[in-house]
Design a binder for this molecule. Structure first.
Ligand SMILES: Cc1cc2nc3c(=O)[nH]c(=O)nc-3n(C[C@H](O)[C@H](O)[C@H](O)COP(=O)(O)OP(=O)(O)OC[C@H]3O[C@@H](n4cnc5c(N)ncnc54)[C@H](O)[C@@H]3O)c2cc1C
Length: 400
């Protein structure tokens, strides 16, 4: 699958990593992971630290799938609000999913601290604004629902938003303890650390998972050889539909621009993440070197040629919309890119054993906070491998 195109700002900033070797023969290990994106990296790093012998395969260089396209807003806010999610999956499950996501945000912070990964990590709040006056009442209900869960959130009136920001909106929710980071750097740093501790990473055409066999061991069959493991984890992102009996997520295209660095961010309180109630939504974040990333303008197309042909038009539109919010910032895109994006009908990820394949787990963080759910997946799967119970172990099954 063609996951992205254009130039994500993260790839322009990092010096190329030395290429990882390709798979060129059979391998034996305790745990095999397929997918060296942010999810596979989080899982690998955790498992290696827990003392497991890990082999990790990827058809691409690490971090060069959807992870490179990501804007990496680290938030517990799903694209589906808590009150909406309560309506669609029931109150208990919705509340547990939001709490699991909040724990995921904390886990990412802990991972960055424990690994020492230099990845531009910053803890920031998130401002979710009403795009339309009719959405203000929903935001009030959302605020009350989140507070019931103990999440730190404040409702802002139109006047309070206008007082703090250079724009006005009918209402807003300011949620604390979210974050932002460079997803490629975090992936690369975690995989470097895992490799230093003995993880064997194989990337390239030999490492493309073709099929899975399960007998006394799990066998991952790839052109370069068969990897035999006690357990396997598929952290294969949006390309995972081929292992599933039926598609679980719908695909669309989404667009991002990044400005030049050193923008005047003085009128941007606490450099908060910004997004809105309209669907598709516009969203913005800053970077430590003073760039602004603006994303949105989603289209329900999946054909990469049609997706990519729209990049110039979508980039111009994102810049124009963002400039209406922050007139003193120069939103001329220095980078623009497009990505394929997948979401399940509920907005929840799939973190569960793969049916009919004993010992194989799926770690698929769908939706706008897929990275957060990558951390949740790592936590759930590591607990399962250690034989421990996890609060969220039954929460994200494959949709029926
Ligand atoms: C434009 C855009 C903006 C986004 N913004 C955000 C955001 O702000 N916050 C957020 O949390 N999330 C965001 N997301 C979602 C987030 O980026 C993804 O959820 C996350 O990157 C997924 O990581 P992953 O490791 O699961 O998948 P990937 O990064 O795609 O990694 C999966 C890997 O599996 C490999 N693979 C797949 N199949 C095979 C196979 N058969 N054999 C070998 N290897 C295989 C791929 O090559 C790939 O490297 C965004 C996504 C896009 C596209």
């Amino acid at each position: 699958m063609d996951l992205r195109s254009g130039t994500p700002v993260w790839l322009a900033k990092v010096p190329p990593e030395p290429p990882q070797p390709d798979l060129d023969g059979p391998m034996e290990c305790d745990i095999a992971i397929v997918g060296a994106g942010i999810t596979g990296a989080l899982v690998a790093w955790r498992l290696v630290r827990a003392g497991h012998d890990v082999v990790l395969l990827d058809r691409r260089e690490s971090g060069r799938g959807s992870t490179a396209a990501s804007t990496a807003l680290i938030t517990y806010e799903l694209d589906t609000s808590l009150i909406e999610l309560r309506r669609s999956v029931g109150r208990a499950r919705a509340d547990r999913a939001y709490l699991a996501a909040a724990a995921g945000v904390r886990l990412i912070g802990e991972t960055v601290r424990d690994s020492g990964a230099d990845c531009g990590y910053e803890e920031v709040p998130s401002l979710y604004v009403a795009s339309d006056p009719a959405d203000a009442a929903d935001l009030s209900r959302e605020c009350a629902a989140r507070r019931e869960l103990g999440l730190a959130v404040t409702e802002l009136s139109s006047a309070e938003i206008a007082d703090r920001f250079p724009f006005s909106r009918p209402a807003g929710l300011l949620s604390e303890r979210m974050a932002q980071l460079d997803p490629v750097r975090l992936t690369d740093r975690l995989l470097d650390a895992a490799a230093m501790e003995g993880a064997r990473i194989r990337t390239g055409p030999g490492a493309v998972l073709a099929s899975i066999r399960c007998a006394d061991r799990v066998e991952l069959v790839a052109p370069g050889g068969v990897v035999r493991a006690r357990r396997a984890i598929l952290a294969t992102g949006y390309e995972s539909q081929s292992y599933l009996a039926a598609p679980v997520a719908s695909l669309k295209s989404t667009y991002v621009i990044a400005t030049a660095p050193a923008q005047p961010l003085g009128e941007w309180p606490r450099h908060c993440l910004l997004w809105e109630t309209a669907r598709p939504y516009l969203y913005l974040r800053t970077t430590p070197d003073g760039r602004v990333l603006v994303g949105g303008e989603d289209e329900s197309i999946v054909d990469p040629k049609r997706r990519d042909a729209l990049i110039p038009k979508k980039a111009a539109r994102l810049a124009e919309r963002a400039a209406r919010l922050f007139p003193s910032i120069d939103f001329t895109p220095e980078f623009s890119w497009a990505g394929t994006f997948a979401e399940t009908p509920t907005g929840l990820p799939c973190i569960a054993p793969l049916p009919g394949m004993p010992g194989v787990w799926l770690a698929l963080g769908y939706g706008g906070n897929g990275i957060t759910f990558g951390a949740v997946a790592a936590d759930i799967i590591c607990a399962a491998i250690a034989g421990a119970r996890h609060d969220a172990e039954d929460l994200f099954p494959l949709p029926a």
